[in-house]
Design a protein around this ligand. Structure first.
Ligand SMILES: *[C@@H]1O[C@H](CO)[C@@H](O)[C@H](O)[C@H]1NC(C)=O
Ligand SMILES: *[C@@H]1O[C@H](CO)[C@@H](O)[C@H](O)[C@H]1NC(C)=O
Length: 201
């Protein structure tokens, strides 16, 4: 009997360790965005913010930028990115898989307690674990696996996203709507670098 209990306990521990840490299936967050770039040998810093809606059931992530009225929809089911701005809509390929869980083979490169005793426990990972080919870091609360921050390096750009006030569920699913008639796939070269600043490796 004792032996049986010991085996049962071991199995329980094994299952718990094998479980992946994932974000909720639906959540929303206020996202602070800071972008630093080199312009003619000087750094230029711009701050903005967005409301992010993450929906694993719809396989979509929407970012609404209240300051400019623009909206971005990443459609992981179709592999397309939609940019809706100033009454225009553009699409681009978006061939990534939707990040949700911390992969089994990812290892935390640092663990912090933000703010000190009874502070927020945070683990930091290399961004390439979630978005292959991207350079930077991603931080999650531990336990909980809610995103805390994402830092991306690309060429002469550094973009930092800070996630705050995360709530579960989707308040207004219309953030995921795509305008009709369908967006032109054709994107002019002037818009492309602007769009990809935030998102490409
Ligand atoms: C983890 O596994 C995936 C899929 O097998 C692989 O593409 C990726 O490079 C691995 N990551 C690490 C950090 O080993
Ligand atoms: C974040 O949540 C706090 C507490 O509910 C609230 O006071 C604050 O206004 C919220 N901030 C934003 C930017 O939504």
């Amino acid at each position: 009997m004792l032996k049986f209990v010991a085996v049962a306990l071991l199995l329980t521990v094994f299952v718990a360790v094998g479980e992946q840490c994932c974000t909720p299936r639906q959540w929303e967050s206020f996202v602070g965005i800071e972008e630093t770039k080199a312009v003619a040998g000087k750094i230029q810093v711009t701050g903005s913010y967005a409301i992010e809606s993450y929906d694993f059931d719809r396989k979509k992530i929407a970012l609404v930028y209240p300051e400019t009225g623009s909206r971005q929809v990443q459609d992981y089911g179709k592999g397309l990115l939609y940019m809706i701005t100033g009454g225009q809509c553009y699409t681009n390929p978006w061939p990534y898989s939707m990040p949700r869980c911390i992969p089994d083979n990812a290892t935390a490169i640092a663990t912090f307690e933000m703010g000190g005793p009874d502070g927020l426990m945070v683990e930091q990972y290399d961004l390439s674990n979630f978005l292959p080919g991207f350079h930077g870091y991603m931080q999650f609360t531990m336990p909980g696996c809610l995103p805390v921050s994402q830092t991306q390096y690309y060429d002469s750009y550094v973009t930092i996203f800070g996630f705050t006030n995360i709530t579960e569920g989707i308040r207004d699913p219309s953030v995921f709507d795509i305008p009709s008639p369908p967006c032109p796939r054709d994107m002019d070269n002037a818009v492309e670098p602007l769009l990809f600043r935030h998102v490409q490796p």
